[in-house]
Design a protein around this ligand. Structure first.
Ligand code: PEP
Ligand code: MN
Length: 284
């Protein structure tokens, strides 16, 4: 039977850029940087993050309102209240936002508030959810499962695309291995392979891969050097007080310092970074 994969390159140079807004696309010559806290904790927190990042090359905000936590006793996210905070702050600072969708019944509300929907690692093979985000037009950030093969990852993207939504960005976020020093292992070979196997943009998440903030800057540089189209990185105004993933959170200063260190690496591989993410913000 003919393999009609929608992710497959039609020619060796076939790449797709995915439009996030009318002014931002992922997968162009320009690297896209996405940053923000693991979880949306308060309006003040998100404003502090956006105010710090808006004048930097970081273009998009991240933050979870619905959080997939290992323990049911851990903070589960602010839910719909968090979505509203994210939407308002993103608009005020002219930064598009991405946030995780955990269930089919959340898709509509999240699509109303966010510019991009994240499917988290734990849901990479939640086929009903993949089909549901395949029925909207908003772009989807699909994270690789904790122990997913590249074939399984690509097939998850096929679920979304074959349901009608071509706007998929792949994210390598580290895979489980035997070493407990790092949280996961950032599979840069997968970034390279996915760029060869598919025409979709591929970004890297060094934060969930490393689980340790002191590894994040170097892994970010390595990801850009090997061809990633962007990064999604966790940062927080008070990293040690993050309600989730504190150990991997960068300070806001470390986050912008990381962004400022990337143009040289990007230039070495024929890519660019925008000078700033946004025009001056209007008051929230
Ligand atoms: C996150 O982005 O905060 C997250 C939970 O990511 P992952 O699904 O990669 O663990
Ligand atoms: Mn996190």
């Amino acid at each position: 039977m003919k393999d009609a994969r929608l992710t497959r390159k039609q020619t060796p140079s076939h790449t797709s850029a995915i439009a996030i807004t009318d002014r931002l696309a992922i997968g162009t010559e320009a690297i896209t940087l996405i940053a923000g806290p693991c979880a949306i904790e308060s309006r003040e927190q998100m404003e502090a993050v956006a105010a710090h990042l808006a004048p930097s090359p970081i273009q998009m905000l991240r933050g979870g309102a619905f959080k997939p936590r290992t323990s049911p006793y851990s903070f589960q996210g602010l839910g719909r209240a968090g979505l509203e905070i994210m939407r308002d702050v993103g608009r005020a600072y002219d930064m598009p936002v991405v946030t995780e969708v955990m269930a089919v019944e959340q898709v509509e509300a999240i699509a109303d508030c966010a510019d991009m929907l994240q499917i988290g690692s734990r849901n990479m093979q939640n086929f009903d959810l993949l089909k549901a985000v395949g029925q909207i037009e908003k772009p989807v950030l699909l994270k690789r499962g904790l122990a997913a093969t590249l074939e399984e990852f690509v097939m998850a993207a096929e679920y979304i695309m074959s349901s009608g939504n071509p706007n998929v960005v792949l994210c390598e976020r580290g895979i489980r291995s035997f070493d407990t020093y790092t949280r996961n292992v950032l599979d840069l070979g997968a970034v390279v392979a996915l760029k060869q196997l598919t025409h979709l943009p591929v970004i890297a998440d060094p934060s969930h891969a490393a689980g340790r903030r002191e590894l994040v800057a170097s892994l970010s540089k390595a990801a850009i050097a090997c061809g990633a189209d962007g990064l999604i990185v966790e940062c927080h105004p008070e990293p040690d007080r993050s309600v989730s993933d504190a150990r991997q959170a960068l300070s806001l200063d470390a986050m912008t310092a990381l962004a400022d260190s990337l143009p040289a690496i990007a230039a070495a591989v024929g890519r660019t970074l925008p000078a700033t993410s946004a025009p001056l913000p209007v008051a929230v």
